[in-house]
Design a protein around this ligand. Sequence first.
Ligand SMILES: *[C@@H]1O[C@H](CO)[C@@H](O)[C@H](O)[C@H]1NC(C)=O
Ligand SMILES: *[C@@H]1O[C@H](CO)[C@@H](O)[C@H](O)[C@H]1NC(C)=O
Ligand SMILES: *[C@@H]1O[C@H](CO)[C@@H](O)[C@H](O)[C@H]1NC(C)=O
Ligand SMILES: *[C@@H]1O[C@H](CO)[C@@H](O)[C@H](O)[C@H]1NC(C)=O
Ligand SMILES: *[C@@H]1O[C@H](CO)[C@@H](O)[C@H](O)[C@H]1NC(C)=O
Ligand SMILES: *[C@@H]1O[C@H](CO)[C@@H](O)[C@H](O)[C@H]1NC(C)=O
Ligand SMILES: *[C@@H]1O[C@H](CO)[C@@H](O)[C@H](O)[C@H]1NC(C)=O
Ligand SMILES: *[C@@H]1O[C@H](CO)[C@@H](O)[C@H](O)[C@H]1NC(C)=O
Ligand SMILES: *[C@@H]1O[C@H](CO)[C@@H](O)[C@H](O)[C@H]1NC(C)=O
Ligand SMILES: *[C@@H]1O[C@H](CO)[C@@H](O)[C@H](O)[C@H]1NC(C)=O
Length: 855
Amino acid sequence: MGFAVLASIVILTLFLKSTYGQQQDQSIPNSDEYFISQFFEKMSTNSTKSTHLYNLSSPVCSWQFVFCDANQQTVIGLIAPNLGLTGPIPDTTIGKLKTLQFLDLNTNQINDFSSDFWSLTSLKSLNLSNNNFSINLPTNIGNFGSLEKLDLSVNNFVGNIPESFTSLTGLQNLNLNRNRFDSVIPLGITSCHSLTSIDLSVNNFHGSLPQGFDTAFPKLKSLNLAANLITGKGSEFSKMVSLNYLNVSKNLFKGSVVEIFNGPLEIVDLSSNCFEGHISQVAFDWSHLIHLDLSDNEISGMFFSNFTLSQALNLKHLNLAKNRFFKQSFIQISELYSLEYLNLSETNMIGHIGNQISELTHLKTLDLSNNHLVGKIPLLPFKTLQNLDLSNNNLTGDIPFSLLQKLQWMERFNFSYNNLSFCDSELSVETVRSAFIGSTNSCPIAANPTFFKKKMHKQRGLKVALGLATTLIILLVGLLLFAFGCRKKTRMWDVKKSCNEENVISGPFSFKTDSTTWVADVKVASLVPVVIFEKPLLNFTFSDLLSATSNFDQGTLLAEGRFGPVYRGVLGGTVHVAIKVLVHGSTMTDDEAAAEFMHLGRIKHPNLVPLMGYCLAGEQRIAIYDYMENGNLHNLLYDLPLGVHVNEDWSTDTWEDQETNDNDIQNVGSEALLMTWRFRHKIGLGTARALAFLHHGCSPPIIHRDVKASSVYLDYYLEPRLSDFGLSKIFGNRVCDDMALGSPGYASPDGAITTKSDVYGFGMVLLELITGKKPVGDEYPNEDNSKAQDLVSWVRGLVRVNRGSRAIDPKIRATGDEGQMVEGLKIGYLCTADLSSKRPSMQQVVGLLKDIEPV
Ligand SMILES: *[C@@H]1O[C@H](CO)[C@@H](O)[C@H](O)[C@H]1NC(C)=O
Ligand SMILES: *[C@@H]1O[C@H](CO)[C@@H](O)[C@H](O)[C@H]1NC(C)=O
Ligand SMILES: *[C@@H]1O[C@H](CO)[C@@H](O)[C@H](O)[C@H]1NC(C)=O
Ligand SMILES: *[C@@H]1O[C@H](CO)[C@@H](O)[C@H](O)[C@H]1NC(C)=O
Ligand SMILES: *[C@@H]1O[C@H](CO)[C@@H](O)[C@H](O)[C@H]1NC(C)=O
Ligand SMILES: *[C@@H]1O[C@H](CO)[C@@H](O)[C@H](O)[C@H]1NC(C)=O
Ligand SMILES: *[C@@H]1O[C@H](CO)[C@@H](O)[C@H](O)[C@H]1NC(C)=O
Ligand SMILES: *[C@@H]1O[C@H](CO)[C@@H](O)[C@H](O)[C@H]1NC(C)=O
Ligand SMILES: *[C@@H]1O[C@H](CO)[C@@H](O)[C@H](O)[C@H]1NC(C)=O
Ligand SMILES: *[C@@H]1O[C@H](CO)[C@@H](O)[C@H](O)[C@H]1NC(C)=O
């Protein structure tokens, strides 16, 4: 009984199953749904159930991968990519879809055709890209007379393209990229007159192009033959007048490159062939060109003419690397505003890197490696630059700090094998070893900011002890100052009187008044040495200083600085310097002064104007500084537009007209730059770093004594640099009171000269940077029509009532985060506290400013 029941259940189950199955197969035999479901059924897929790919209970035209005509009657498309379909296409499946026009089975693992596949004579588009075919392409392909698009790319097809291609007269797009075809390109293909795009790249096609190839395709827009072994000449493309994409990279083409440039070419890749000729002779409409790669050929002669490049306004990618150009100077690129990629590696370039490079504001990649470039690294377009290779040249000088800081955001950089020096601690040892091979690490230990950071971190105990000691010392000094305060004040009053009487002399030398003294001085001059610290072998003398400044002529006067006049000059015809003549007031002997100069010469920081050398000429102590190409902050803030000659302006020179040095970028963009919060913040932070270094990184600490906007200069790279540090010792005590106490508006109210009076001066500079107003004598309007007397009381008043944002310079307000600017004013508020003990240290200020750094 039990057995019978069990048996009948089994039988029933079997019956039901077979009936159902038969219904599935038989209810729709030889219909499109049958063929398609069979196709999915029989191709193993990576899904456990193929049934989710189709649903026999609903009409075939509703299936996910099936496309029908407008009446939803006839299947015209099967688009089934990436389903894990594996193996050969089985017979009596999709090969029977008589009306099929579009078949796209890309990205599966199909490896062969069914024998009935070639009856799909309605096919217009066949995409079998990215499958696993490793067979010869059957001649039967010629059956597809309606074919417009054929994509067999990324497979392993071998052998040749069948001659039966002659039948594919409607073929528009042919893509055989990345296969292993290894024949010559057959003549048959020249019958495919409708082709607009041919991609035969990355195969092993060899031999020359079939006869008539150049005229066979009147509509051809895109031709890619890259990475084959095809031979031929440039002239074979000269008749393809509709072509806008031509890629024959990595083949064996020869002949003159000039012949190729014809038609509306936009993208041209001729790299890694044997093309020769002179590209300066190319006559072509360059305005269309977007991408040009001529690298790794045998092109000689000169680069393009200026005229040519000034037409190439759409050019984004230019690669001329690895050719045989004649020795020539840097390419004229100033008009190539769209350029994103510039590769001039191994192009035999000499001279300086063109300054216009900074104007290429879209540049992402710059490769100038393996040339003979000399001079400093110019300003580079860092907003966009991601990839920089300057290796194997003869570049000299310091890699600017600002550049080193940018490296952390770059993908790749290489400065190896030049004559460069750098000082940055944030670089890892591996980076230095691979990207700075042969460069000198010019960091004096004391100028290495991270060294300090680390030392401070590691030696917390020491730090606390130091802190205590410093506090004690400051207390002591404070007490002393307090004790002597009254006496000093009366003394200074006396000095002031005498100074005022002497002040009639405009410069330190009374050339005009006493020419006999002057002549006598000149005789001595050639014996008085000028000491240049880093170039001890340069035998300059005082007479070189005289000739560099035309005998300290008024015309070379840069500024009437605090400690004396400053002149500009070019020493030995090459070294641009600022020459500061210190009014002799100290009781220091010459030996002591020399020792002090040597000491100052060793103090180096990326944000300090370096002292290059000195000269002790009779009564005069002369300090020689690097020339700061981009003027000082005071002039930049208040004397815009630039070019107006004012007293302390180091930037408005005429002498570069006489110089042939084309490596000057005076004021390039500084005017526009200064209009942004980001740049003003950078100036503030750089100045704060310089002061923090003088206060906390030098032993004994150096008090600057004269922090103000006109002491902050912008160097060649628009990096802020503080000048005039440490001169007061040499300058002496015989000073007028305003000199001792700092400049008007910048002097701390308590009159004491400590690091905290520098903090006060810095606070003023910061307020100027954010408000764009001078410390005194500007308009300081309040809401209630009252007017503040000076900048500091105005801003402090506003910050106190949370109205700081009213003080922000309208020129920069919209260029950044207003919240950050208001925070910046608060830092200025802290720095300008009346009580010096309430002012933060410069180290703390650096930290505060870093917190509001615009990203
Ligand atoms: C198949 O289609 C029918 C009718 O449209 C629907 O009711 C059913 O849920 C579908 N089955 C699956 C597995 O999608
Ligand atoms: C099949 O496998 C491929 C790769 O393994 C995967 O990308 C795809 O989504 C899978 N298809 C289905 C339908 O699971
Ligand atoms: C074929 O499929 C690939 C995806 O693998 C796609 O990139 C290509 O554009 C398709 N070809 C055609 C002619 O539609
Ligand atoms: C592709 O074909 C090769 C043989 O030509 C085979 O060894 C390989 O397993 C196939 N790959 C897949 C994913 O089916
Ligand atoms: C030229 O083709 C090669 C190989 O396919 C490719 O790597 C290169 O990017 C192509 N060049 C251009 C400009 O498209
Ligand atoms: C291009 O112009 C620069 C100056 O703008 C000039 O020095 C150079 O000789 C010119 N080069 C050519 C090839 O005309
Ligand atoms: C510059 O071109 C050369 C030659 O084609 C190439 O080797 C090098 O990688 C390119 N540099 C960059 C940064 O693309
Ligand atoms: C750099 O200059 C030196 C001396 O002038 C020269 O010997 C060397 O070949 C130059 N190197 C390069 C890469 O131009
Ligand atoms: C590197 O520069 C220094 C000083 O500027 C010079 O003495 C030296 O010859 C240069 N080295 C090379 C290889 O050019
Ligand atoms: C920089 O260039 C040098 C010389 O070509 C090479 O040895 C070094 O590996 C390169 N470093 C990097 C980081 O590319």
